[in-house]
Design a protein around this ligand. Structure first.
Ligand code: IMP
Ligand code: MG
Length: 175
């Protein structure tokens, strides 16, 4: 972290926590009596997933997938490669995809299409952050935490070239 690149807090941890509380309340209400599979997209969703599931007090399963896309840096290449690591049998399960941030929408659009073919009982999408200004494909989000401006964000799981995922707040990288 050099001084030109110091992360500035955009969403403090208290505000993140309040958003996760609200999401958990909605999810608890909708999934009562079911035993959903919460499917996180790695790596960005690991912290959100950990905080979310600790607020859910009913039986559920947790799994993670990793999507590989080409390219690095701050721009999505738009080409999603493959789904890695889906061990759970998705068929007939109530699947809730858990994502850190939806930007162009290409990542979740690809994953939802892939999961849909496996015939889950239901398929819904939860994201902590939504950056709607950059959407390239339409995505229907069932649970949204916080809508964010078109800035590159780091912290709380989000990275810039693999760094800053451990920050407890969501930050913007200074110019
Ligand atoms: P999408 O396919 O463009 O919607 O991108 C989704 C993925 O890109 C997210 O799961 C993140 O991993 C990454 N991403 C999008 N915006 C940001 C950001 O502002 N900071 C860090 N990662 C981001
Ligand atoms: Mg992600």
């Amino acid at each position: 972290m050099n001084s030109e690149n110091r992360p500035e807090v955009l969403i403090p941890s208290t505000e993140i926590s309040a958003a996760v509380d609200r999401l958990a309340a909605d999810i608890r209400r909708d999934y009562a009596g079911k035993e959903p599979l919460l499917l996180g997209i790695l790596k960005g969703s690991f912290m959100f997933m950990a905080d979310l599931v600790r607020r859910l007090d009913f039986p559920l399963e947790i799994d993670f997938v990793r999507l590989s896309s080409y390219g690095g840096g701050t721009e999505s290449s738009g080409k999603i490669n493959v789904v890695q690591g889906l061990r759970s049998d998705v068929k007939s399960k109530d699947v809730l995809v858990v994502e850190d941030i939806i930007d162009t929408g290409l990542t979740v659009a690809y994953l939802l299409e892939y999961l849909h073919k496996k015939r889950p009982a239901s398929l819904k999408l939860c994201t902590l952050l939504d950056k709607p200004s950059r959407r390239r494909v339409p995505v229907s989000i069932d649970y949204t935490g916080i809508t964010v401006p078109d800035k590159f964000l780091v912290g709380y799981g989000l990275d810039c070239d693999e760094v800053y995922r451990n920050l407890p707040d969501i930050c913007v990288l200074g110019e």
